[in-house]
Structure formats: C-alpha cells, structure tokens
Design a protein around this ligand. Sequence first.
Ligand code: FAD
Ligand code: FSA
Length: 461
Amino acid sequence: MSISQSSPIIIVGAGTWGTSTALHLARQGYKNVTLFDRYPVPSPISAGNDVNKVVSPGQYSVDQDRVDVNTALTMEAMKAWMNDPLFKPYYHDTGLLMSANTPAGMQRLGVRVRPGEEDNVVPIEQPEDFRKLAPSGILRGEFPGWKGYLTRKGAGWAEARNALAAAAREAQRLGVNIVAGGTAGQVVTLIFEYNDVKGVVTADGKIHRAERTILCAGAAAGQFLDFQDQLRPTAWTIAHIALSPEERKQYQNIPVIFNIEKGFFFEPDQNGEIKLCDEHPGYTNMTRLPDGRLGSVPFEKTQVPKESEIRIRALLRETMPQLADRPFSFARICWCADTADREFIIDRHPKYRSLVLGCGASGRGMISPRGVMTWTLRKCTHKLTISAGFKYLPTIGRTIIDAMQDKISPKMHECLKWSPGKATSRNWADTLGRFGGPNKVMDFGDVSEWTAAPQRDLSKL
Ligand code: FAD
Ligand code: FSA
C-alpha cells in the first residue's frame, strides 16, 4: 500500500541515521513523522555523539558497482557538508593524512601516488614530512615506518555532536515530533501484525501505530528484529586529553592524522581537548542469547580497556610524545553494527514490507585480501580504505526514504539490500579487513582492567 505525506511514519533511533531520515522526511513535506529515542538528543549511546568524526570521500571496494554506489553516496554527502547551510558550519576542511606502517597495512592502504601530478593528494613518507603537517613542535614524534598520503582539501572532520543536534533541531522545526528520553522514548518492541510491522510499543506501555516504521537503532537494532546474523554489534574506543589554553592555539589547524594500524586523532575541539582513537578490529561482547544463539550485546561504559589506553599512548609516543603521559580527561566505548561484508543495509524488509531498515552503519571498508586496488583520481592513482557511517549524516536519510518509496536504483539496491545469505555461518571473529592492536577481534569478556578517566554526562557535552 502506498503512503501519502500525511501517513504516520515512525523512526526508531534519533542517532546519526535516524535523525538524518527525520530531517529528510520533513524536508520532503512528510507531516506526520515521530522520531523515538531512549535518550534526549544527542543520545549518550549514539555513535554519532562524539566531538568529531572524519569526513572524507573514502573509496573502499574493488567491485565497480560498489565503487559507483559509494561514489554517489559519498559525493552527495561531501557536497552537503560543504554547501548545505545546515551542515556547512560544522565541517572543517583540514585535510586528512591516511597512513600505515607495515607492508600489509601499506598494501591495504594501496597508495600509488605519483608525486607532482596531483597537487591535492601528496605522498608523505619521511618522518620530517609527517612533522611538517603541523606547526613546529607539535608532531614531534619519530613516526617509525609510517608512510601515507595527505589529501589537502575536500577531506577533514565534522563537529559530530553539534551537527547531529542541529539536524534534530531542524527536523523538529520542520514539524517532526521528537519523543526522546524516559519511558516515552524507549521503544521496547515493533508491532508485528499480519506478516508486517505496524508501529512500535514504548516502555510507558503506549502503542504507536504507523504506516511505515524505519529502524535506525544503530548497534541496538538487533534487539527489535531477527537480523539472521547480519549485524554484529562491535565497539571501538575513544579517549580525550585536555590542552592548556596556550596549547590549544598551537595545536590548531592540523589535518586529521590517521594510521590504519595504530589509530587517529584530530586538532583540539572547542573545549580544547584532543580526541584519540586506537585502531583495531573492534571489541565484541559475546553472550549466550535467550534463544540459545551466541551474539554480541552492546553495553554502555564511559571508560576504555586499559590495553586500549596503552595503544593510544603508543600512538601518541610515535606522533606527539610530549602528550603521551597526559591523563585522559574522558574515555568511552562506542558501538556500531558491522555487517558480514561491512556494507550498509538500507532496504524495505522483504517480509515485513512496511518496515524500512537503515542499519549496519559501521565503517565500510575493504574486507578481502584481493582488495589491493588503485583507482585514478585525475592523474594520480590512490585509494582510501574506509567509509564509515557518520559522514553520511547530511544525506543518508534521503537514500533511506528512497528505499521506503521503492525509488532506489537497482544497482544501489543490489549493494544495500537485506542479505542474510551473506551472513550464513558467520565467523564472529572476522576482522573484516581491519588492522591494529592484536590484529584480531577482541571481546570485552576478556578485559579485566579499565581506565579510570573522569566521568561526564554525555548528553550535556
Ligand atoms: P547511532 O548514531 O548509534 O544511533 C542509534 C540510536 O538508537 C541512538 O541514538 C540510541 O539512543 C537509539 N536507541 C537505541 N535503543 C533504542 C530504543 N530501545 N528505543 C529508542 N531508541 C533507541 N564514522 C565516520 O563517518 N567518521 C568517523 O570518523 C567515525 N569514527 C568512528 C569512531 C568510533 C569510535 C565509532 C564507534 C564509530 C565511528 N564512525 C565514524 C561510525 C559512525 O559513528 C556510525 O556509523 C554512525 O554514527 C552510526 O549511526 P546510526 O544512526 O546507525 O547509530
Ligand atoms: O574515515 C572514516 O570513516 C573513519 S571510521 C573510524 C572508525 O573508528 C574505524 O577506524 C573503525 O574501524 C570502525 O569502523 C569505527 O570507525
């Protein structure tokens, strides 16, 4: 049954993708949209509730159809970060350094830059070239074995939480009903009826019926629907260190420094803190589920494993050793949902046709060893290997609505469709092509020691 602009539509999850969907529904004139979240926006458990996120036109596949789909999605998002008045204020075009330091990492990075032929993408191979990426004395490290390339313009970072909150405010201004926080916002179940989904029930016992229900619950999506092992909640690790007011100015205007085997960091945020992540294949929390199956179950924690702290400090020792022993001012684990091939799931459910899925937003990336591919950008050939879910905040909602309206192109549908076949006999420990740490998926069940960074109310940052 087709819907009209006044049909009731419910979105579960006011995180990155749910908020984007609400915004685009409102922009397209839909008048009866309700966005539910367990927490007030920005939710402390949203992966997008973070000071900053990398924004870049990353390419990640060897398959031409996927390259085309990714190009369409990333170009649309990049254009919006640079031109949409709602998002433009939150985008910082600082440039992005992508690097690695072992032969395997470098092969995955696939850098094939011919110096001098492309002014915007330049190889960075010597320690002094890395050090020159920031004002003198900031990147003081030895960068041992690091090699990579700098994209000078057209890549950088976004003020993640601020952009997410702005998108939610704009959706609300355009008429979206946001029910966030408390029992009224917490969805406990979808309403399964006549082989379809007809809305949601919230923790206050209320029944909310809808003609379309859009599931954008990030790492929690598997609580509402049997994804047949398509989603693996997986967590990564974030820490902040605080700079003095004098240091803040000195550390500004540096590109995002990203090593796909060690981690990444950004220039200081508006509070004068530097955010750092150690890179690794992720942490699961494998648990026996009530139905007897094994699954990774997300939980909240504003600390990181001590082993993650050690990795973050190792990253600092190689890059900014002067900060390597500084205490963390904040730390948190951050959950995403990885599909078996790291592709997104944006589709109408094949059985429950009124249910639309905007799921699996973990970083897309090259998963197979044959993924050593170079591609040509003007005269220079190179490849970026990551294309994760936050950067699509300004535009992904439009694609999710296309799926809802059956307007998605066949090529895009093929790429993003509900595909339990890809998850048959899924290996939960698959690194999915990621590097870093022990080069294997870790499990929180094996973690005995955590940091003791100061606690902070994440919704008030
Ligand atoms: P979320 O933003 O997590 O939203 C899910 C929402 O569902 C939350 O608001 C939650 O409160 C809500 N919810 C959960 N349960 C319920 C319930 N029962 N009822 C109602 N609501 C509920 N991407 C990039 O592009 N660049 C980066 O640099 C980058 N860095 C990252 C670093 C880390 C450490 C991590 C973990 C991810 C990173 N990502 C990055 C990926 C990106 O953050 C995610 O892909 C994206 O934010 C996921 O969006 P989402 O809407 O699917 O999930
Ligand atoms: O350029 C990007 O999209 C960065 S994604 C950051 C990250 O932490 C990954 O490095 C990690 O592997 C995971 O996908 C979560 O996001």
